[in-house]
Design a protein around this ligand. Structure first.
Ligand SMILES: N[C@@H](CCC(=O)N[C@@H](CS)C(=O)NCC(=O)O)C(=O)O
Length: 205
């Protein structure tokens, strides 16, 4: 039997979370290594690109969250077979990834510098991004981003919108998504209530 070991931070979000949900959906056991920030600091030097997530498949390490989401998504039946639908799915994964890059640039800032950078992000990239995502959701039929069903694209967006709504990012208003892209709030609730996703979180409690 293939062994899987996923290493990511110890929180239910970010780049690692869609991969965990997809593993659960596939019914595949995996070692869920959750590092605290100090633990990551001790180990990052040994990791390719000094970053997580890292998936070890039978001991071979593989990085890059979107590729990992696609790989586990295929095992779970959460990735489209149709080329066009797969392209839609990939477009969404890439867009969310762009957002992580934008947000991370503000992580080390403090005080007024942080406030100014986050305001710029809200008025600039987030506005563009949320509208773009809504457009892609409409293209997919309004309920899912691709293939008219749950795919890893929905998981990736769900995790990020949940984080935006929850207010974990200082100076990003919690009603931003509701104001700019209300259909994404509906989507977030739909995915949270999806039996696969709900079962995953029940298994965590
Ligand atoms: N392109 C990579 C980016 C990985 C990445 O930057 N991961 C972040 C966590 S979400 C990280 O490990 N940051 C730690 C650091 O930069 O020191 C991916 O998609 O997996």
């Amino acid at each position: 039997m293939t062994s899987y070991k996923l290493t990511y931070f110890d929180f239910d979000g970010g780049r690692g979370e869609p991969i965990r949900i997809a593993f659960h959906a596939a019914g595949i056991e995996f070692e869920d290594i959750r590092l605290s920030f100090p633990e990551f600091g001790e180990q990052r030097g040994d990791m390719r690109f000094n970053a997580v997530p890292v998936l070890e498949i039978d001991g071979t390490a593989v990085t890059q969250s979107n590729g990992l989401s696609r790989y586990v998504g295929k095992l779970a039946g959460l990735y489209p077979n149709d080329n066009m639908q797969a392209l839609y799915c990939d477009e969404v994964l890439g867009a969310v990834e762009d957002t992580y890059h934008q947000v991370i640039q503000t992580f080390r800032l403090q005080g007024d510098e942080l406030k100014t950078a986050r305001k710029k992000l809200v008025d600039g990239w987030f506005t563009l991004y949320l509208r773009g995502l809504e457009e892609m959701l409409a293209r997919g039929g309004g309920e899912y981003f691709a293939d008219n069903r749950l795919t890893v694209a929905d998981l990736k967006v769900f995790v990020q919108i949940r984080s935006l709504i929850s207010g974990t990012l200082d100076h990003v208003p919690t009603d931003l998504v509701e104001r700019l892209a209300p259909n994404l709030v509906e989507h977030q609730k739909r995915i949270e209530g999806d039996p696969i996703v709900a079962a995953y979180y029940s298994s965590r409690t």
